[in-house]
Design a protein around this ligand. Structure first.
Ligand code: ZN
Length: 137
């Protein structure tokens, strides 16, 4: 583990009470952040720099070189995905995620737009934005 999600959130000055309310029952202090290995990164779609799995968050090496305080919104985004896993279960999460993506693709959207339109991604981006230090942009 490089650090816990709570350390990044604290360094970024994110309101921890609001965060805890948004992602309950996930506890940031118990979510480890790891460096994503080469094998894992070969499986990532282009442009992806972070991934949440039920037990922790994986970041690309280039992301880990940034100051901890800069990682806050990204960590909140990934913590939101972990909260979604808890809420939906792995099968429910995958069904919702892939279902949204495939529906958009079948509807004619390009990959990037279909990815952005996934409901669970929209929710994670909104959570990161709402909790951005100093308020949403
Ligand atoms: Zn995401």
């Amino acid at each position: 583990m490089r650090f816990s999600a709570a350390e990044a959130v604290r360094a970024a000055g994110i309101d921890e009470d609001r965060l805890m309310a948004a992602i309950a029952p996930v506890e940031p202090s118990r979510v480890p952040v790891w460096r994503a290995g080469r094998m894992m990164r070969t499986l990532w779609p282009r442009g992806i720099t972070a991934m949440a799995l039920p037990w922790g968050i994986y970041l690309a090496p280039a992301v880990l070189e940034r100051p901890l305080a800069d990682l806050g919104p990204l960590i909140v985004h990934e913590l939101t995905h972990i909260a979604q896993w808890r809420r939906l279960g792995p099968v429910g999460w995958a069904r919702s995620y892939l279902g949204d993506y495939l529906r958009s693709r079948r509807g004619g959207m390009q990959h990037h737009d279909a990815y952005r339109a996934i409901g669970l991604e929209v929710e994670a981006r909104a959570a990161a934005e709402a909790l951005r230090p100093g308020g949403p942009r």
